[in-house]
Design a protein. Structure first.
Length: 147
């Protein structure tokens, strides 16, 4: 490849490279295998010095499923069923108590209304002219009743 002027864009190969030095490289790698590599731990590669390096990856910690026997499963199901039955029984008892209290309250209100009616003083008006004079307001309030 050449540019517009005609100069080559490829980098020239340096003469200092020895192509037959593969034996020397193997010797150095064998020496390096015995010596441990030095890792610079003072500053992380990212530059975030406040972060601590993670020693063990989370892949090593796997959840082992708990194996439950059939007997244990059945006992658990029976316990849950008994608990549900107990809860429904408590709810029905509460609903029944509320129903009884509501009925008692209604009965007391009805009895109170009857007693107040018994206690009223009623004057019976038989004269038709007087009844005609009574206003609608008095009839609405219940002070005077038409018979």
């Amino acid at each position: 490849m050449t540019d517009a002027v005609g100069n080559s864009l490829q980098k020239p190969i340096p003469d200092s490279i020895n192509w037959d030095s593969s034996d020397e490289e193997t010797e150095t790698t064998e020496k390096n295998k015995d010596t441990p590599k030095k890792v610079q731990s003072s500053v992380p590669k990212s530059g975030r010095t406040w972060k601590k390096p993670k020693n063990e990856p989370f892949k090593r910690f796997t959840d082992v499923p708990i194996h439950v026997t059939l007997k244990d499963k059945q006992e658990e199901r029976a316990r849950v069923a008994a608990l549900k039955a107990h809860i429904t029984q408590i709810r029905t008892d509460d609903a029944q108590k509320k129903q009884e209290m509501r009925l008692e309250r209604e009965e007391r209100a009805r009895q109170r209304e009857e007693n107040s009616k018994k206690n009223e003083k009623i004057q019976i008006i038989t004269n038709k002219n007087t009844i005609k004079k009574v206003t609608k307001k008095q009839l609405a309030k219940g002070f005077i009743k038409k018979i």
